[in-house]
Design a protein around this ligand. Sequence first.
Ligand code: AMP
Length: 420
Amino acid sequence: MMTIDKFNFAGKKAFVRVDFNVPLDADFNITDDTRIRAAMPTLKKIIADGGSVIIGSHLGRPKGVTDKFSLKHILAHVSELLGTDVQFASDCASEEAAMKAAALQPGEALLLENLRFYAEEEGKPRGLAEDATDDVKAAAKKEIKEKQKEFTKQLASYADVYVNDAFGTAHRAHASTALIADYFDADHKMFGFLMQKEIDAVEKTMKDPARPFTAIIGGAKVSSKIDIIENLLDKVDNLIIGGGMAFTFIKAEGGKIGNSLVEDDKLDVAKDIIAKAKANNVKMVIASDAKIADAFSNDANSKFVDADQIPDGWMGLDIGPKGEQEFADVLKNSKTILWNGPVGVFEFSNFAQGSKVTALAVVEATKHGAFSLVGGGDSVACVNQMGLANDVSYVSTGGGALLEFIEGKVLPGIKAIRGY
Ligand code: AMP
């Protein structure tokens, strides 16, 4: 497999799929440019080699051309970070784009307009009437798949080399994230530096972890994490369950959880997970106490109780001091740590303590040689909020893609390049 560090881009045009899906405020200012910065090493290497780059990305979930989701809003910032004036093609699959790509000189860069302005990017029909018959739906699907081939071919025609640096969309089999790779031979397609780092970090964690291996799975709902937990139960030594989802487990074991978040239709799943953990010798850790509140609000009245003795009218919004100690004890001895999902409502300052202590325990373990991977939307926001992102081994930029990768799925964006 070709790798970006080995490839000399001199005189070559590279189509680089990045994930510039950054948050913008009402005036189109970028509020967090982490994803743009994360792609810079790849873009800079191509330019430094004397290549030129055609940058493709999506922004948001447009259902057609929408000014709000135009990549022109981020053009100036991309130019600034790249240190060169990046050109812009206001339609990613047009004659204009093709001409601008063809005219690129070594060291120059072209940003394409939002790839998702075309339904072809995702390959899903748009604008179908809700009451459309199955025949109509099937015909629309067939039509868009045909058009998608043309669209993909057009994007591929801009470049000599394809580089995928968009880990955030690696779980999607879209035109620019996967299908396009078919137009390049094995020596002319590769992962960008970011994508390679993400893959290495997850594979290091999941394939050959130093032990003990501890996963902290938190967040709101069990239902969104079942597949991950199932996969982890075959791999980890310890499984810490935190956040709102812990209460489904506590209820499944007969505990009183008051008005805490619960998924009653997942009680059996929780029981199965508990049984499988026992059978696999995985130590499951659920905080034995909780910080409870009489309303879902930062200003609610609060107190600490045993996590299985929550009175009606009260809800658990964070772990308590005993839970903090229980989590820290397990993390302290861990050599590999995977953290997805906060262990409390960390957005409320009065219920952020558990997540903070957990983050500090992960940092401490990392200092003592553990490899720690933090990933998946809210956990990243959580370590960022606490200013600890630089003190863990790796913070993933991927949300859904990371979760699917941890679940053990083959991601289309990865398979398209390396074949598995
Ligand atoms: P997820 O996206 O599933 O990782 O969930 C993250 C969200 O879970 C965050 O917004 C947290 O505020 C929320 N959360 C964490 N703990 C609790 C809890 N005890 N009750 C309700 N929501 C929670």
